[in-house]
Design a protein around this ligand. Structure first.
Ligand code: BES
Ligand code: MG
Ligand code: ZN
Length: 493
């Protein structure tokens, strides 16, 4: 599907395919935007008749569809409500774009023309994000409807500027879509080695990619991550991505760290069978980091950014880690592994320590599908954040609002930290019955040293059971836009 932009003209008679115009909500009724007024005249009042007949009020997201209207060439007109003018934001434009493409994707029309006065680029972004579907494994038309829309033309004011803006947003969409693809791929396709191969593609964008294999990690004392992968036939890998986009190459980087458990069976503390297939998504945190690196490099962000992802498969086998095993870590701290299913924190422990020790970053943000308890606490709306730094937390909260990837700050503190003390080692990898997401965060905090740090538990937001305006159900790519926005708003030259 191709999206292009042109300047609004008033000639609507000869536009082919679907034509989309807008209406505001005004007091108790609606108010057509000028293009809708013109179209209404051309169709001798058909828009008004249709609006009245369907009790249209111009409320945000309301859509009236007119088929084969007289007086114009278009196959159909969509009259779309956008609510009140002063409440129409870039985010709303994205949602509207998503709603429009969802409505028209399978309509039979190949061409769509949208006449929109404001935030055209964001409307385009919403279209891209909602159009995505992970359908590569369907082999027959019976199983998947193929979208019919091939071209979307967005007619707007200052089309050149909107086109430039869109080109940047498109890079962000590329990152989101890659993250969704990676998360959607099953465990037999994405495992540490195949995943690392894919990440290498970032070198085409100017990202330096370095891979630590098991020997390299062993030499660094990374027993925590290695223990998780020791039951798997796949080699565990740590992948480091470097984008040095700042004018000052010596400027301390910002760092993004991701949990990349390509499949989480639970290990010897094996998970119940029902729903275990979902655990292919347990590399979601790493996918957000990889997707964000793509977005950041794609739009040539003027910032130095390091990405570190720990790629392992958590399997039960004759070589697997046992409950009760004690492992060391790169930091030198020892860990009693009470439950082999609490593996994400073991992976991140070595990633975080390595990251701060090697790069001395301004801050580290880690993302992980870390705990089921996070979904119990916040459901699928907000991701939970846990942090040792108020400023960074507030920047992240603000960025989340801008891109509709909201985060909610959770508490951490000494009382929770005590819960992971072990009788025989420096710590154990699970707390007690309560506050499971917080004790997981406390565990991670023991590996960040004094670095400003935020942990984002995306267990509830990486995968959605139902579609949204900008995403089909399934992998969301959550985190890519959040990280990109945080950097864009606060950490670029
Ligand atoms: N990957 C899971 C967390 C998870 C579970 C995310 C369900 C989404 C849905 C993680 O590795 C895990 O298994 N965590 C355990 C921790 C427990 C053993 C302390 C959990 O949440 O049950
Ligand atoms: Mg687990
Ligand atoms: Zn896991």
């Amino acid at each position: 599907m191709k999206i292009s932009f042109n300047e609004i003209t008033n000639g609507y008679e000869n536009i082919e395919g679907a034509l989309v115009v807008f209406s505001l909500k005004k007091d108790e009724g609606y108010e057509f935007r000028p293009p809708a007024v013109t179209l209404n005249d051309l169709t001798k009042g058909a828009l008004t008749t249709a609006a009245e007949a369907s009790n249209f009020k111009g409320k945000f997201g309301e859509i009236v569809e007119l088929l084969a209207p007289n007086g114009i060439k278009a196959t159909r007109v969509l009259l779309v409500g956008v609510g009140e003018m002063d409440k129409f934001t870039p985010l709303k434009a994205e949602q509207v774009g998503g709603k429009i493409i969802h409505k028209l994707m399978y309509s039979g029309d190949k061409n769509v023309t949208i006449v929109i006065g404001k935030f055209a680029a964001h409307c385009g972004l919403g279209i891209l994000l909602r159009h995505y579907k992970f359908d590569k494994y369907y082999t027959t038309e019976k199983n998947v409807k193929k979208p019919t829309v091939e071209k979307v033309l967005i007619s707007t004011l200052e089309a050149e500027a909107e086109k430039d803006k869109f080109e940047e947003l498109e890079k962000i969409a590329d990152g989101v879509i890659w993250a969704r693809d990676l998360v959607s791929e099953p465990g037999n396709v994405i495992y540490p080695e195949s995943y690392a191969e894919q990440i290498k593609e970032l070198t085409n964008l100017g990202v330096e990619v370095e891979i630590l294999n098991e020997d390299a990690m062993e030499a660094l004392g990374m027993e925590a991550i290695l223990g998780v992968g020791q039951g798997s036939a796949s080699e565990s890998l740590m992948v480091i991505m470097k984008w040095m986009g700042s004018k000052n190459k010596d400027e301390a980087p910002v760092a993004l760290v991701g949990k990349g458990v390509t499949f989480d069976t639970g290990g010897i503390s094996i998970k119940p069978g029902a729903g275990m297939e979902d655990m292919k998504f347990d590399m979601g945190g790493s996918a957000s980091v990889v997707g964000a690196m793509k977005a950041i490099a794609g739009r040539k962000a003027k910032a130095n950014v390091i990405g570190v992802v720990g790629l392992v498969e958590n399997m039960p086998s004759g070589t697997a880690q046992r409950p009760g095993d004690v492992v060391s870590s790169m930091s030198g701290q020892t860990i009693e592994v009470i439950n082999t299913d609490a593996e994400g924190r073991l992976v991140l422990a070595d990633c975080l320590w390595y990251c701060q020790d090697t790069y001395r970053p301004k801050f580290m943000i880690d993302l992980a599908t870390l705990t089921g308890a996070m979904m119990v606490a916040l459901g699928q709306e907000y991701a939970g954040i846990f942090s040792n730094n108020d400023d960074l937390s507030n920047q992240l909260i603000a960025a989340g609002k801008e891109v509709d990837e909201p985060v909610w700050r959770m508490p951490i503190g000494e009382g929770y930290d005590e819960l992971i003390n072990s009788d025989i080692a420096d710590m154990k990898n699970v707390g007690g019955k309560y506050a499971g997401s917080i004790t997981a965060a406390q565990f991670l905090q023991r590996f960040v040293n004094d670095t400003p740090w935020v942990h984002i538990d995306i267990a509830g937001t990486a995968w959605k059971q139902k579609p949204s305006d900008v995403a089909e159900k399934g992998a969301t790519g959550y985190g890519v836009r959040l990280l990109d926005r945080l950097i864009r708003d606060n950490y670029e030259d």
